[in-house]
Design a protein around this ligand. Structure first.
Ligand SMILES: Cc1cc2nc3c(=O)[nH]c(=O)nc-3n(C[C@H](O)[C@H](O)[C@H](O)COP(=O)(O)OP(=O)(O)OC[C@H]3O[C@@H](n4cnc5c(N)ncnc54)[C@H](O)[C@@H]3O)c2cc1C
Length: 323
């Protein structure tokens, strides 16, 4: 088995950020192993995506360009990825930690009875094996995990790796046929409903979150205002979501989204272990809470003891002046 493969995702002819991060992580692994990096590019009209994968450091591109592969359906992409891995036997398959990347990794690993390590925040090479560092026990510990034997299937945590940058590479992709026909795919995608203008939580470099301390749906207004002035996304604790103050898509934590922004501002959030599980790998954590003993202050790099309804508007006004 030889070679490092990275599964990439694309939308509107462009590689997604999560795939650029996976490409950078996979490049590091390929260099460590001294093996070539191959990017998998699946979709329709994806020649520009293949060119972008070369530009971002792939040595080779293995692609499939077919209407059955766009939009993404696991029942079409999964069998294709499995077939290619079976035929060509790469040593490592890496996917970004999006829903699709995680689905695909699980599909291939289950099909091939291979070991899978999810949620890598660091990857290093140890002999012929990749050492995967991933958080365990809700992020309280970091574990180094290895897949021994067979293809090593890995997923990366979103925003744990810097996105690959243009390396100026180019090349000629190899195009293969899909593994299944439209008739064999049991699902049909009827459309997408986009949320225009909203910053996605998992992609956001800045997140401002509110918890039970905001006191009601209207209490999210100052949280949203601070997020807007910083160009960030709006997060929430489960208590606020369960109370019906904000939709589930904003929930951060063990049963919500896992995020790693450059800046995470937690306001009116106590810092329960299940909330920490989703945000403790944030690079800079600021907590605003009126209780000086709130557990969030143990995790925060900066803490402001005070009423969020005074502190957040003051921060918003100050950032407005300075930005
Ligand atoms: C299986 C399981 C999964 C879970 N998954 C998640 C998850 O994914 N995400 C998650 O968040 N939780 C999760 N929880 C729930 C978690 O245990 C906590 O109950 C929840 O995180 C608490 O939310 P909170 O911090 O907003 O509320 P609280 O713990 O009630 O804290 C509210 C905080 O607001 C402060 N406050 C109040 N008023 C103000 C004010 N005006 N200004 C400033 N501060 C103020 C208070 O001092 C307090 O610290 C899960 C629990 C279980 C059992």
């Amino acid at each position: 088995m030889s070679g490092v493969w990275v599964f990439t995702e694309n939308k509107d002819g462009e590689l997604l950020t999560v795939s650029k991060e996976a490409l950078a992580a996979a490049r590091r692994v390929a260099d460590g192993l001294g093996q070539p990096l191959t990017a998998l590019v699946f979709g329709q009209d994806v020649s520009a995506v293949a060119a972008a994968a070369f530009d971002l450091g792939a040595d080779a591109v293995l692609g499939a360009d077919d209407a059955t592969l766009a939009p993404f359906r696991l029942e079409a992409v999964g069998p294709l990825a499995t077939r290619l891995v079976q035929e060509r036997e790469p040593a490592v398959l890496i996917a970004g930690g999006s829903t699709r990347g995680r689905d695909l990794a699980a599909w291939v690993a289950a099909d091939l009875d291979a070991g899978l390590v999810a949620d890598a925040i660091d990857l290093a090479v140890d002999g012929d094996t990749v050492k995967v560092t991933r958080p365990v026990y809700a992020g309280k510990l970091m574990a180094d995990v290895f897949v021994t034997g067979g293809v090593q299937v890995l997923t990366t945590r979103s925003r744990a790796f810097a996105a690959a940058e243009s390396a100026g590479n180019s090349g000629t992709a190899e195009w293969v046929a899909p593994a299944v026909t439209e008739e064999e795919i049991p699902t049909t995608v009827v459309g997408f409903e986009g949320k225009e203008g909203k910053v996605s939580l998992t992609d956001a470099s800045i997140i401002v979150s509110g918890g039970r301390g905001v006191g009601g749906p209207e209490g999210f207004a100052p949280v949203q205002e601070l997020a807007d002035v910083l160009g960030g996304a709006l997060g929430a604790s489960r208590a606020a979501v369960d109370a019906g103050w904000i939709p589930y898509e904003h929930q951060v934590g063990q049963t919500g989204k896992t995020v790693s922004p450059d800046l995470y501002i937690a306001s009116g959030i106590s810092g329960a272990i299940q909330h920490q599980a989703g945000m403790r790998t944030s690079k800079l954590i600021v907590a605003v809470n009126k209780d000086p003993d709130a557990p969030i202050f143990k995790l925060a790099h900066y803490g402001i003891v005070g009423d969020l309804f005074q502190v957040l508007p003051a921060l918003t006004a100050e950032f407005k002046k300075r930005l």
